[in-house]
Design a protein around this ligand. Structure first.
Ligand code: PAF
Length: 281
């Protein structure tokens, strides 16, 4: 696998592949790769002739008091894992390459509405940062298909909306969340958990499962959410949100909606964990 921080090198390699009529799949990441990322690379290999990944801890998507500096950077391990998974090209730009004018002078992409709720309400500017970097990366790599984990359900919908609104010529594929045996969704931020917290963190997925089955059994949404939040508090979490929404639009669920998603964010120790579960009513 070739690793480069240079935009021109990425473009030259992709141009060579394209000239031969070959296709490119792209897996953007912030590094500190786990089994969920490698699953994305494996799925990417099934969908195109070549796989390109990126590792960039994007400062634009972190709030001022968030974990930008603490975010784990493990490039050598990530390179080994990507190579073993069959990724051929890795883009590792610096913030100066991506944002040469600095963050404040940078053109940005705002996906209205869907960026302002849930994680967007708790983390103002987060999805502007995500949409901006993802569009930049798409313009640099010019993939035929890009793959994202469904754990970041809202992020996936923001990116799908941007791609549709801006008529970008690529396919977005959402890939199912990879979980630990306990049910805990794989996340780089799980590394912030102590051994004890990691055991208790499994309560998040249990709360989502319980909430979905309570709603399917006819419990009112507010009561089911309150019950789920109580179970999280008992496990030591500080819940941020627990909401049932339309799985298609993330609009507040109405009685007419059949395809629903329950989304949760909660703090446990130093880690802000998010997870979600799609279900039918
Ligand atoms: O999901 C992530 O790791 C990041 O939000 C992404 C999509 C790589 C953009 O920085």
């Amino acid at each position: 696998m070739h690793t480069t921080a240079l935009i021109d090198e990425i473009r030259a390699q992709v141009r060579t592949w394209r000239a031969r009529g070959e296709t490119v799949a792209f897996v953007p990441t912030m590094g500190n790769l786990h089994a969920g990322h490698i699953h994305l690379v494996n799925e990417a290999r099934k969908r195109a002739d070549h796989v390109v990944a990126s590792i960039f801890v994007n400062p634009m998507q972190f709030g001022k008091n968030e974990d930008l500096d603490a975010y784990p950077r493990t490039l050598a391990d990530d390179q080994a894992a990507l190579t073993a998974a069959g990724c051929e090209l890795l883009f590792t730009p610096t913030p100066e390459i991506i944002y040469p004018k600095g963050l404040d002078a940078q053109t940005f992409v705002e996906v209205p509405g869907i960026s302002d709720v849930l994680c967007g309400a708790s983390r103002p500017g987060h999805f502007r940062g995500v949409a901006t970097i993802v569009l930049k990366l798409f313009n640099i790599v010019q993939p035929d298909v890009a793959l994202f984990g469904r754990k970041d359900f809202q992020q996936l919908l923001v990116i799908r909306t941007m791609v549709e609104d801006l008529s970008l010529p690529l396919e977005i594929v959402g890939i199912d969340t990879v979980r630990e045996a306990s049910g805990l969704a794989m996340s780089s931020r799980n590394g912030y958990l102590t051994a004890d917290e990691k055991q208790r963190a499994a309560a998040l997925k249990r709360a989502l499962d319980q909430l979905a089955s309570d709603i399917q059994a006819g419990m009112a949404v507010t009561d089911a959410c309150n019950k789920a939040n109580d179970s999280l508090r008992q496990a030591g979490f500080t819940p941020d949100y627990m909401e049932v929404r339309s799985a298609r639009t993330l609009a507040e669920a109405t009685d007419a909606d059949r395809e629903l998603v329950v989304l949760a964010a909660a703090q446990l120790g130093k880690a802000r964990l998010i997870d979600n579960l799609c279900f039918n009513r």
